[in-house]
Design a protein around this ligand. Structure first.
Ligand code: 5AD
Ligand code: SF4
Length: 493
């Protein structure tokens, strides 16, 4: 009988990709995916450590499946990813029924570890030793054997895929746990990446999102050949069938002109840059060890906009970082007012054990102050998002249609797929666009004229709608699965 695996994923796109690869590898070993925990022979939790809240989410998810282990003692429960790397002891203490703890560098071994748990009935722990050279070798081995085990059913949509081009991080921002959970920065060989992109396109993929913690630091050197992110993108740009190339997340200091030229010149590259600034105050940036000043960031932003006219830019912020005074926070407010980001992801500082900030600086901003600053910053950003969206009204944008909107998925009734649905997708500047159209447009790129805007969404009329007959338009809408991507909209750390 086929074995069944259930998986829950918390965190960034890198985790979504890791889960896809784990499921890809398990399918090769005779497993099928289930979305019902009670049916599963193996239950996996792919975890995130970036904030305390994410860790608590995993512990409550583990709490919810504890009774399944009593009902079926043969079930294997595994904790994967960042928390597994960072908190093996804590997991074993708080959830002793967990059978398997597998770090980010060992995920390729999941099928083998499941087999070992069953054979020995002993818990299996596989994590990296640390950031020593041994860690780098593990990573190199996993690049070769691991990433090609793709599983289209795990993707946000069948025509969009994440592609890892780099793992780990060497920046060591003082608040961040990633350099220790994901290890040293490693850029993957360009040939492997190009081959993977071709393979994905052969499977029907139209959009790839290149992933790296500091994706624009990508560089691969072999002999006297040096491949930068701009070269990597140029090398995949002409793959027939590939329509869009995105990349996240950028590090401000590594935003070089060659990359910006590539974004401008290459038509398949999305005109959108996610470049987190984190704070607008130099003292805070220094304590965060971001290696730039607010003035540098402003110049970089101006350069992005000069070299890629019309580019949309988004950012991340941490409010209430150690020692952030009201004056420092106001500098961040000033930056947000001025910078006109398309959107910003704003987080309250969450102290992480083992980071330099936790060692050096007290977490001295009270939670209610963090909350207030978060709301204040969000209010300024929302107003800018509203203006940014309003400025699109009247424009015609190209939308890669991802699926029916949430609303449509809930209200639709008909099954033949001919009726008009409310569809959703993204423009080349990463705006979410909603419009009416038939189901057959899902996976296609359509031109949509923007007629209205809210702070988060553009509304419009698809040019294709004119070709939809009146009879067809009167058909009730079909029952269809909802587009998944919004679930995974958190930025990469
Ligand atoms: N507390 C709060 N937010 C954090 N981030 C990273 N580490 C922390 C932390 N300790 C935020 C940063 C990063 C985003 C993905 O998460 O803003 O860019
Ligand atoms: Fe690296 Fe980003 Fe974390 Fe800084 S915030 S240490 S750049 S992953």
């Amino acid at each position: 009988m086929t074995q069944k695996v259930y998986i829950e994923t918390v965190g960034c796109q890198m985790n979504v990709l890791d889960s896809e690869l784990v499921i890809g590898a398990l399918r090769k070993n005779g497993f099928d995916l289930t979305d019902t925990p009670a049916e599963a022979d193996v239950l996996l939790f792919n975890t995130c450590s970036v904030r305390e809240h994410a860790e608590e989410k995993t512990f409550s998810a583990l709490g919810r499946v504890q009774h399944l282990k009593r009902q079926n003692p043969d079930a294997v429960i595994g904790v994967l990813g960042c928390m597994a790397q960072k908190d093996q002891e804590l997991i074993r203490n708080r959830a002793p029924y967990v059978d398997m703890v597998v770090g980010t560098g060992q995920l390729a071994a999941v099928p083998e570890l499941v087999a070992k748990v069953r054979e020995t009935r002993a818990p299996q722990i596989a994590v990296s030793l640390g950031r020593a050279d041994a860690g780098r070798h593990e990573v190199e081995a996993s690049f070769v054997s691991y990433d090609p085990a793709r599983d289209p059913s795990m993707r946000p949509t069948p025509f969009q895929a994440f592609v890892r081009i780099q793992i780990g991080c060497d920046k060591f921002c003082t608040y961040c746990v990633v350099p220790s959970t994901r290890g040293p920065e490693q850029s993957r060989p360009p040939e492997h990446i190009w081959q993977e992109v071709r393979q994905l396109v052969d499977q029907g993929c139209k959009e790839v999102t290149l992933l790296g913690q500091t994706v624009n630091s990508y560089v691969y050197e072999a002999g006297d050949r040096r491949t930068r992110l701009s070269d990597l993108i140029a090398g995949m740009h002409d793959v027939p069938g590939l329509e869009r190339i995105k990349f996240v997340t950028n590090y401000p200091k590594d935003m070089t002109d060659d990359l910006l030229h590539a974004v401008r010149e290459l038509p398949k590259v999305v005109k959108y840059l996610h470049v987190p600034v984190q704070s607008g105050c130099d003292e805070v940036l220094k304590r965060m060890k971001r290696n730039y000043t607010a003035a540098y960031y402003r110049e970089m932003l101006a350069r992005c906009r000069e070299l890629v006219p019309g580019v949309s830019v988004s950012s991340d912020f941490i409010v209430g970082f150690c020692g952030e005074t009201e004056e420092s926070f106001q500098l961040t407010m000033d930056l947000v007012r001025e910078a006109k980001f398309k959107n910003s992801f704003i987080f309250k500082y969450s102290e992480r054990g083992g980071t330099k900030a936790a060692d050096r600086y007290p977490d001295d901003v009270p939670d209610d102050v963090k909350k207030r600053r978060n709301n204040d910053l969000l209010a300024v950003q929302n107003e800018n998002s509203r203006l940014d969206h309003r400025a699109q009204v009247g424009a015609t944008v190209e939308v890669l249609v991802e699926g029916p909107s949430r609303l449509s998925a809930k209200t639709s009734r008909d099954r033949d797929g001919a009726g008009l649905l409310q569809l959703t997708g993204r423009s080349m500047k990463d705006h979410i666009v909603v419009f009416d159209g038939p189901m057959r447009l899902v996976g296609e790129t359509v031109r949509v004229q923007i007629t209205d805007a809210s702070p988060f969404t553009l509304y419009g009329t698809a040019e294709i709608a004119e070709r939809v007959g009146v009879e067809e338009a009167r058909e009730p809408a079909p029952v269809v699965p909802m587009a998944k991507p919004s679930k995974f909209s958190l930025p990469l750390v």
